[in-house]
Design a protein around this ligand. Structure first.
Ligand SMILES: NC(=O)c1ccc[n+]([C@@H]2O[C@H](COP(=O)([O-])OP(=O)(O)OC[C@H]3O[C@@H](n4cnc5c(N)ncnc54)[C@H](OP(=O)(O)O)[C@@H]3O)[C@@H](O)[C@H]2O)c1
Length: 278
C-alpha cells in the first residue's frame, strides 16, 4: 500500500496514519525502519526505554523520506517523570532521533515513586509549548488516571496508547476514549504472536482470503478510533499489515472476535508498575 493510501485518524487536533510501526525489542533497527518506511509506513512508535531511538533516527535518514512526512512517537519512561528529569529525557530522545521535534510525546507508564501527576503534566505541556512535540498523550493509564491527566494537563491530550488485541477486552477504556475524543493507539496488536494459532481468527482469515494477522488488525482498525502499531522485522509481514483497508469484517465476524477476549489475555502487566486496569 502506498503511504498516501493509508487512512488517517483525527481528533482533538491530532491527525495520524491509522496504522503505525512498532519498534520495541528491535535494538539497532535502522535497516528495519528504513524498510518499513519503504513499504509505506509513515507512523513510527518508539520510546526512550526501547533503546531503538538511535536506530529509528538512522532509519529515517537512510530511507530518504522527509521528516515532515512521518508521524513520529516517543515516550518518557516512568523513572523520569519529575520536571527536570522529564526535560532531560526529551532532549536525549530528540538527539537520538536526530530531529528537533516528535509528533507525539507520551508518558510511558504512570509514576510509581509518588511524583505528582500535575508536575508530569506540566512537564509534558512545557515540551509541547517549546515545540519539542506537536501533540501529547499518555500510555498505560487507566480511566481514572487519564481523566485526572486531562484535567491537570495545560495542553490538550490527544492520544491514549494501551494494549489491545482480540485476547484483551478493552471495552471500558475504549468507550471512555470515544466519549472524550482521545484516539486509541493499540500496542501488542498481534498479541506478540500469541494469536497466531487461534482457530476462529484462522477460519475468518481463510474465508476472507487474508492472513490471520490481517484479520486481527482489521478488527482493530474497523473499530474507528483505534490505530494498531504492529512490530515486524520481516518486510513481507510489514507490507501485509498495511493491507487491511481493502476488506471488511461482518458484524458477526467482529462479534466473534470480540468474544475471544480472555481474563488472562493481558501481556504487558509489570508488577508494581501497572495501574489498576479497568
Ligand atoms: N506503551 C507500551 O507500554 C508498549 C508496550 C508494548 C508494546 N508497545 C509498542 O507496540 C508495538 C507492537 O507491540 P509488540 O512489538 O509487543 O507486539 P506485536 O506487534 O503484537 O507482535 C509482534 C510479533 O508479530 C509478528 N508479526 C508482525 N506482523 C506480522 C504479520 N503481518 N504476520 C505475521 N506475523 C507478524 C512479528 O514477527 P516478525 O518480526 O517475524 O514479523 C513479531 O513477532 C511495540 O513494538 C511498541 O512499539 C508499547
Amino acid at each position: 500500500m502506498t503511504a498516501a493510501a493509508i487512512p488517517t485518524l483525527s481528533s482533538r487536533g491530532v491527525k495520524m496514519p491509522a496504522v503505525g510501526f512498532g519498534t520495541s525489542q528491535l535494538g539497532d533497527c535502522a535497516e528495519i525502519v528504513a524498510s518499513a518506511l519503504k513499504v509505506g509506513y509513515r507512523h513510527i512508535d518508539t520510546a526512550w526505554k526501547y533503546g531503538s531511538e538511535q536506530g529509528v533516527g538512522d532509519g529515517i535518514k537512510r530511507s530518504g523520506v522527509p521528516r515532515k512526512d512521518i508521524f513520529l512517537v516517543t515516550k518518557v519512561s516512568h523513572e523520569y517523570l519529575k520536571e527536570d528529569a522529564f526535560a532531560k529525557s526529551v532532549e536525549e530522545s530528540l538527539e537520538r532521533l536526530q530531529t528537533d521535534y516528535v509528533d507525539l510525546l507520551l508518558v510511558h507508564w504512570p509514576a510509581i515513586d509518588g511524583t505528582p501527576l500535575a508536575e508530569t503534566m506540566g512537564a509534558l505541556a512545557k515540551a509541547r509549548r517549546e515545540g519539542k512535540t506537536r501533540h501529547v498523550g499518555v500510555a498505560n493509564f487507566n480511566i481514572a488516571l487519564t481523566e485526572e491527566a486531562m484535567k491537570l494537563c495545560p495542553e490538550p491530550l490527544s492520544v491514549l496508547q494501551a494494549e489491545y488485541h482480540p485476547y484483551l477486552d478493552q471495552t471500558k477504556l475504549l468507550a471512555y476514549c470515544r466519549k472524550v475524543g482521545l484516539l486509541f493507539m493499540a500496542y501488542c496488536p498481534l498479541g506478540r504472536g500469541r494469536l497466531f494459532n487461534d482457530p476462529v481468527l484462522a477460519e475468518i482469515a481463510q474465508a476472507k482470503g487474508k492472513t490471520l494477522a490481517q484479520v486481527a488488525l482489521r478488527w482493530l482498525v474497523q473499530q474507528g478510533n483505534v490505530a494498531p502499531i504492529p512490530r515486524s522485522s520481516n518486510p513481507r509481514h510489514m507490507a501485509e499489515s498495511l493491507e487491511v483497508f481493502d476488506f471488511t469484517l461482518t458484524e458477526d465476524e467482529m462479534k466473534r472476535i470480540h468474544e475471544l477476549a480472555r481474563p488472562d489475555g493481558r501481556i504487558a502487566d509489570p508488577k508494581g508498575r501497572a495501574p489498576k486496569w479497568d
